[in-house]
Write a protein that binds this ligand. Structure first.
Ligand SMILES: [Zn+2]
Length: 260
């Protein structure tokens, strides 16, 4: 049985519109959310899921978002050290997707392979979208420095997968194509509390996105997104969004509106 630990690797001011389908939310303001990575322990090796952001300033200058920040205690190194691990101890990192706040600074991990969907890396390298998005610019929230690190010099450690893959017994990557991003994947982990879903940004608010079946604000294909949310709901006992303050302060996790 595995244990999943959230690692708080930063915080971000982002529009509440990212939480809800087509921005159809009454909450139009900015919200402060944590940026989370996750550590899976209890198996033959520690598994890292996501790495946080490369540089908080780039969130504003490149991605045109609100204030992002990290503290020294929120560095990946410091967060791993709380679990008696160093950056060099991580041999497997799963990237749920390649947005700037999930795959930043991959080269900080000197011994890790990086498990990523091929379609995600392809999409991140040449993102399809408007030339000049007001939020996201031409990069569509992919940081070219992360993509560049993965395609070279880390290329020999990039473990491209297509579709679903069992990483270890009880740890499964599942592709949800054209959902939050072209190649977003969720990591399902068997724990004492049931199956934990590390969903990246497939789910931002469990009560809205899963409880009320309203998709989050950023997705590529509505039908794919709706099917993905239904599949996550069916598979998972606990859902850990990567920007949920309540997940950041775990032990407590929640699964839906019944827990509100
Ligand atoms: Zn994110």
């Amino acid at each position: 049985m595995y244990k999943v630990h959230p690692l708080v690797v930063g915080q971000a001011h982002v529009g509440a519109v990212l939480d809800v389908f087509w921005s159809l939310t009454k909450a139009q303001g900015q919200v402060e959310v944590p940026i989370l990575a996750f550590l899976i322990e209890g198996g033959p090796e520690p598994i890292l899921v996501d790495t946080g952001m490369r540089n908080p300033e780039r969130a504003q200058t490149v991605h045109r978002l609100g204030v992002h920040s990290t503290t020294p205690e929120q560095s990946l190194q410091a967060q791993l050290a709380r679990h008696d691990l160093g950056l060099e101890d991580v041999r497997t990192t799963v990237l749920t997707h390649l947005h700037y706040d999930h795959s930043g600074g991959v080269e900080l991990l000197p011994n890790s392979r990086f498990v990523v969907q091929r379609t995600e890396l392809m999409a991140a390298a040449a993102p399809m979208g408007p030339d000049d998005l007001e939020l996201g610019s031409r990069d569509m929230f992919f940081d070219r420095k992360d993509v560049a690190a993965l395609v070279d010099p880390l290329w020999d450690r990039v473990d491209l997968i297509e579709g679903d893959r069992r990483i270890l017994p009880g740890i499964d990557c599942v592709l949800y194509a054209n959902s939050h991003t072209p190649g977003s994947q969720c990591v399902y982990v068997e724990t004492e509390d049931g199956v934990v879903a590390l969903v990246g940004d497939m789910v931002r608010k469990v009560d809205l996105n899963i409880g009320k079946e309203i998709p989050p604000g950023l997705f590529y294909d509505l039908e794919s997104m709706m099917r993905a949310m239904a599949d996550i709901k069916a598979r998972a006992d606990l859902i850990y969004p990567a920007h949920d303050p309540r997940v950041a302060s775990l032990g407590h996790a929640y699964t839906g509106p019944q827990d509100e």
